[in-house]
Design a protein around this ligand. Structure first.
Ligand SMILES: *[C@@H]1O[C@H](CO)[C@@H](O)[C@H](O)[C@H]1NC(C)=O
Length: 414
């Protein structure tokens, strides 16, 4: 690729960043406008803190989950996902975490139930140990193959997390999906049921579509090997917690496809009904696909990954004590300078950086391009079929991708 092209891409990214900057300036203006919806945080001065509440102080679940809030959440989720991936990439693959006796000398966790045949208790994986402290341990599904071990043991961790979280209504939210819904007990406490806004269909099976099985599979088999360096660094507990953060962030992201699908359905119910009646999944997929928007998502993911994965140019930061106008200008200038460096870096392919605990921005883009976007669209197609009263075609079931991905390939910009 010629230098010209590199410059063009860099310019494109720069323009995008500048428009983001402009946007934040606009938002700032909005916050200061008299018609703002929320009172600023600083308004709770000590005199008003304990005085009577106004109707503005309390809002409901329905207010929080509007369609416009969902759009902004979708963009904010990119940060959550990218930071979670960067966190996981700090650690090596650490396969020993999943091996029985891989970390010897842990002893038996305090308070844990011992199995009837105590000999079975002698050796634990590190992850077992973390888990046993919180749930009574049921063995019986340990396999020697390390990938299967990962599955089985994270499964138990989810069990713990998800039982607890389900007791406080997590999976009653239209935004949340459990990885092991069949293992969750019915909630018996007396917390009230929250009233969610009418953003999905009225049908529980349609709303309940759960794509975590295939997400889980692709995370273990493609994402972990792609972002974590081979080998071991002894940071086992942190590794597992980082895994959970990534999985939950990705799960939330791909299931937002349901909100998108519902809003598309409402804009053209007859169009979708016709396609579904004809069993035309490709036609539905085509109606859902907006290549321009997808390209924007990819560019943004790549740029954000480059920006967050690097040290800020502290030397270029202005001193804060200068007068307000000057310092605002200087901060914008230095942010722009940093953005240029990030943009230049984003168009270079730096796969070898992964070895230094940094995620290749091209790999994060690939995760979006090959997994997140396609899975979101699979969720959308399945949702739309169900919405129109028909089972989705087999290739849109939740344990597979309609177009299977067996390897992540960062896009070469060269
Ligand atoms: C706001 O919520 C609090 C806590 O539930 C409640 O005590 C208060 O009365 C509510 N205020 C209004 C105006 O509804």
């Amino acid at each position: 690729m010629s230098n010209n092209n590199v410059n063009e891409v860099t310019m494109m990214n720069l323009l995008l960043l500048l428009s983001l900057l402009t946007l934040s300036v606009t938002c700032h203006g909005f916050q200061n406008s008299p018609q703002r919806r929320w009172p600023p945080l600083s308004s709770s001065s000590s005199s008003t803190l304990h005085s009577s509440t106004t109707t503005d102080d309390n809002i409901t679940t329905k207010d929080v989950l509007s369609l416009s809030s969902i759009r902004s959440t979708l963009i904010r989720q990119e940060e959550t996902i990218i930071f979670a991936l960067i966190e996981r990439a700090q650690f090596r693959r650490n396969e020993v975490v999943y091996q029985k006796g891989g970390v010897p000398g842990l002893g038996w966790p305090v308070g844990a139930v011992r199995s009837e045949n105590e000999e079975e208790d002698e050796e634990l994986s590190f992850l077992d140990f973390m888990l046993i402290g919180t749930v009574s341990y049921i063995c019986g599904c340990c396999k020697t193959d390390s990938m299967l071990m990962i599955y089985v043991y994270i499964n138990k961790l989810y069990f713990t997390q998800e039982v607890l979280h389900s007791a406080v209504r997590r999976y009653e939210s239209i935004e949340e999906h459990a990885f092991f819904p069949s293992k969750l007990p019915k909630r018996t406490n007396s917390l009230s049921t929250l009233d969610y806004p009418d953003l999905l269909s009225q049908d529980a099976d349609t709303n309940g579509l759960n794509w975590n099985p295939i997400l889980y599979n692709k995370y273990l088999n493609l994402i972990v090997p792609a972002i974590a360096a081979k080998g071991d660094d002894e940071q086992y507990g942190s590794t597992v917690l980082a895994d959970i953060n990534v999985l939950q962030a990705l799960s939330k992201r791909i299931h937002y496809g349901k909100f998108v699908a519902e809003s598309k359905y409402r804009s053209d119910p007859d169009g979708f009904q016709k396609l579904v009646d004809a069993g035309d999944a490709d036609g539905v997929m085509k109606l859902l696909t907006n290549e321009k928007v997808e390209e924007q998502v990819l560019t943004r993911a790549r740029l954000k990954a480059t920006t967050y994965g690097r040290e800020p140019l502290l030397a270029a930061m202005p001193k804060v004590h200068s007068n307000a106008g000057d310092s605002a200008t200087a901060i914008i200038a230095s942010a722009a300078a940093m953005a240029v460096v990030a943009a230049c870096e984003a168009v270079q392919n730096t796969a070898e950086e992964t070895l230094k605990g940094k995620v290749d921005p091209g790999m994060i883009e690939a995760i979006y391009k090959q997994l997140i976007i396609p899975m979101t669209k699979d969720v959308e197609v399945a949702y739309l079929f169900m919405r129109c009263g028909r089972e989705p075609p087999e290739e849109y079931s939740c344990d597979r991708m309609s177009l299977d991905v067996v390897e992540l390939e960062p896009r070469k910009i060269s």
